[in-house]
Design a protein around this ligand. Structure first.
Ligand SMILES: Nc1ncnc2c1ncn2[C@@H]1O[C@H](COP(=O)(O)OP(=O)(O)OP(=O)(O)O)[C@@H](O)[C@H]1O
Ligand SMILES: [Mg+2]
Length: 253
């Protein structure tokens, strides 16, 4: 298939595109997310059946957009697309440099974003293997990551900060996840907070793991301490008896 035909095909399978016909502001955001190379990455994922339809947007963040989608079999999926134009390259470079999983640096911004998405995929695989509840990684190509969708048919699971939950249970989940990540997956999440844990019925799911670094990364310890501080502060306010040092002892074992 020629490139123009591929682009046409993919665009016909992207539901939010309909809105671009009447809304010029939306059209701008849309073309920022779905640039030609992103569309070709989606095309590759479509030809392998990982994506059939890109459905409604779940979230529009600083660096990426998350969409609900369907795979070829009709299962719900979550599609995270890192925008090339508006990514935080400095931060990405700092987290990638010093991680033994990545040899050599790249000055190519596009390639850096691709690595970032690949890093999130690899972190999801490691964390899942270590028994941490994360969305199951399904596929990744360039700046596009396909993973298990967390939520119901009607709506994606809410963030911890917006949900009703038992603080002790959520605390347990958080500490157990940190420990398994550290001990078995050999990574530190680096951005654990009430913004990166989903509440799906009675289960918790840890998300947003792109920045998680290998324990050998020079900033790993510093990030672990920062995570412990944030977790202690948040759950302390909810009445859980904890502090940073107690968390660090539990995580390091
Ligand atoms: N697998 C998933 N299933 C359902 N919803 C998801 C999934 N992954 C992410 N989300 C939703 O998308 C939002 C953004 O995802 P994520 O936290 O991974 O990206 P981000 O890079 O932190 O974006 P932001 O710039 O908004 O912080 C989440 O807050 C959550 O609401
Ligand atoms: Mg997030």
């Amino acid at each position: 298939m020629k490139k123009e035909e591929a682009v046409k095909y993919v665009e016909s399978r992207i539901k939010p595109r309909k809105r671009t016909e009447e809304d010029s502001e939306y059209r701008k955001t849309f073309s920022e997310v779905f640039d030609d190379s992103t569309v070709m990455a989606i095309y590759g994922l479509m030809s392998r059946g990982y994506i059939d339809i890109v459905d409604f947007p779940i979230s529009t963040g600083k660096e990426g957009n998350v969409f609900r989608g369907l795979d070829k079999k009709g299962n719900n999926i979550a599609i995270k697309i890192y925008r090339i134009a508006t990514s935080n390259f400095r931060k990405m470079a700092l987290y990638i440099q010093g991680d033994p999983r990545f040899r050599g640096i790249t000055k190519d911004r596009r390639k850096l974003v691709y690595r970032w998405a690949g890093k999130e995929f690899n972190n999801l695989e490691r964390l899942m293997a270590a028994g941490v509840r994360v969305p199951t990684p399904i596929a990744q190509r360039s700046n596009v990551l396909v993973m298990e969708y967390i939520g119901t048919e009607d709506r994606p699971a809410p963030l911890l900060k917006d949900a009703d939950f038992d603080p002790e249970k959520a605390y347990r989940f958080t500490i157990d996840s940190m420990r398994k990540a550290y001990k078995d997956a050999k990574v530190v999440h680096g951005d654990i907070s009430e913004y990166n844990i989903l509440v799906n019925g009675d289960e918790f799911v840890l998300i947003d793991v792109a920045q998680a670094v290998h324990l050998k990364h020079p900033s790993a310890e510093e990030l672990l301490v920062r995570d412990a501080k944030n977790v202690a502060r948040y759950f302390g306010k909810l009445g859980v008896e904890t502090d940073k040092d107690k968390i660090l002892r539990e995580v390091r074992g």
